[in-house]
Ligand binder design. Structure first.
Ligand code: KE4
Length: 432
């Protein structure tokens, strides 16, 4: 039995000076029960907590650690940059180099602006889309998460074509009025919103593969359908690829599915673990961004030299080693196949969704294709499963509504350990 007394004490202490004891809510384990583990180091596939426990990590910092933790290629680049000062607040050559690399890798990107988080990227992207079109409203999808910007913390209003309602205190009704929501994978609902708000919609923003309701892939024709609707109505199509960018392929989901948005937002992998976000798209849109154009957006540490060194090393490696994606496909396939065999052996019919190196197991026997169907999952069962896996040294996302991220540091031996732990934890979960 893995014990974590030091983490438990640290969590009590943390709550005295940090809201909820964490700097991002999901880390507090509230959705699964138990106390979070305080980490001290990580290397390759492993993370090590304050009590000396070792975990096989399937969160990988919520995506960035695609090469495993403390990847040499990234660490060396950071160590080389540090002596030259941590920040200038002035333009640097490295920012041009990473921008040119992103332009070469991501189909939709002709110009790109670096920021410091995925939230900053999405907030800025919709502001630019509004400035470019002169329209106010946006459409997002239930279950898609785009960071904590006010315009995104909105849940569906009653009925299909009414306005959104704030999903968090502090978000004003005025803001909510400009955000419309539709079910993911439902083109008819999007058409209805467009018809009911003719000429008022600046942008449609979505995760092209959703990872924030658990892993949900786009239905056949969904992305292309949105592309056609946006072309017809002069709406800016924004793919939020903060999670999928550089993960599902070197060019993200847009390259994998062959559908090119007008703008894309990025984060996570782009910084190699450092705080980096970015938004970009067509020249004619991006030239609306200050100081080239009138839409204001700024950031003291945007393009920070240490973060750029890390991001440049990560993206260069991925760009030069396409075999990373083949390896991740094979490893994830083995993990998911093992899980499906376990479900069969145990007579369980839970749903597993997977694409590339992202997957989720939903504790429901129904297919999961949008947020409503994801919510048929038994989250209490998931909580027991999560803790069963944690006890066996497997570190999963502490919520049914998250995706897992495989790294190249996961080898066949670790796949075996994962599949065995999955069998035992599933068996234990259903016996409790
Ligand atoms: P950040 O501001 O957390 O860097 O990015 C926000 C964001 C934007 N778009 C998508 C598709 C995202 O998945 C995210 C952040 N993802 C969460 C995981 N569900 C980060 C984990 C957390 O909130 O601590």
């Amino acid at each position: 039995m893995i014990q974590a007394p030091i983490s438990n004490d640290l969590f009590l202490r943390a709550q005295k000076s940090i809201p909820g004891g964490v700097n991002s809510p999901v880390r507090a384990f509230r959705a699964v029960g138990g106390n979070p583990r305080f980490m001290v180091s990580a290397k390759g596939p492993y993370m090590f907590d304050e009590d000396g426990n070792r975990y096989i990590d399937l969160i990988n910092s919520w995506g960035p650690m695609i090469l495993g933790h403390a990847a040499e290629v990234v660490n060396e680049a950071v160590q080389k940059a540090i002596p030259n000062s941590l920040s200038f607040g002035a333009p640097t050559r490295k920012e041009i180099e990473i921008a040119e690399l992103i332009v070469s890798m991501v189909p939709s990107i002709e110009k790109v602006r670096m920021v410091n988080s995925g939230t900053e990227a999405t907030m800025s992207a919709i502001r630019v889309a509004r400035g470019f079109t002169g329209r106010d409203k946006i459409i997002k999808f239930e279950g898609c998460y785009h960071g904590h910007g006010d315009s995104f913390l909105i849940s569906a209003g009653s009925g299909a074509i009414t306005l959104g309602v704030p999903d968090s205190p502090g978000v004003t009704k005025g803001t909510a009025n400009d955000t419309l929501t539709a079910p993911f994978n439902n083109l008819e609902a999007v058409q209805m919103l467009i018809d009911a708000n003719k000429g008022q919609i600046a942008a449609i923003i979505l995760e092209p593969v959703a990872g924030n309701m658990g892993l949900v892939t786009p239905a056949e024709g969904f992305l292309q359908g949105l592309r056609s609707l946006c072309d017809k109505e002069g709406i800016v199509l924004i793919f939020d690829e903060v999670m999928t960018g550089f993960r599902l392929s070197a060019g993200g989901a847009q390259q994998l599915y062959g559908v090119t948005p007008d703008m894309s937002t990025m984060g996570k992998i782009i910084g190699g673990g450092m705080p980096v976000g970015a938004y970009g798209g067509k020249k004619e849109i991006m030239d609306y961004v200050a100081p080239a154009g009138p839409v204001y957006q700024a950031g003291t540490l945007s393009g920070n030299p240490i973060a750029m060194a890390a991001g440049m090393a990560m993206l260069t490696y991925l760009n030069e080693h396409p075999e990373v994606y083949t390896q991740l496909e094979q490893t994830t396939n083995k993990m998911v196949t093992g899980m499906q065999q376990n479900l069969q052996k145990l007579g369980l019919t839970y749903t597993i969704n997977r694409i590339g190196s992202m997957f989720s197991i939903f504790f429901t026997d129904k297919p999961v294709f949008d947020f409503e169907s994801a919510k048929t999952s038994d989250t209490a069962l998931f909580g027991r499963y999560f803790n069963g896996m944690l006890q066996r040294g497997i570190y999963l996302a502490p919520s049914q509504y998250e995706a897992l991220f495989v790294s190249t540091a996961i080898d066949d031996e670790l796949v075996k350990q994962y599949v065995q732990a999955n069998y035992e934890a599933l068996q234990e979960t259903v016996q409790q």
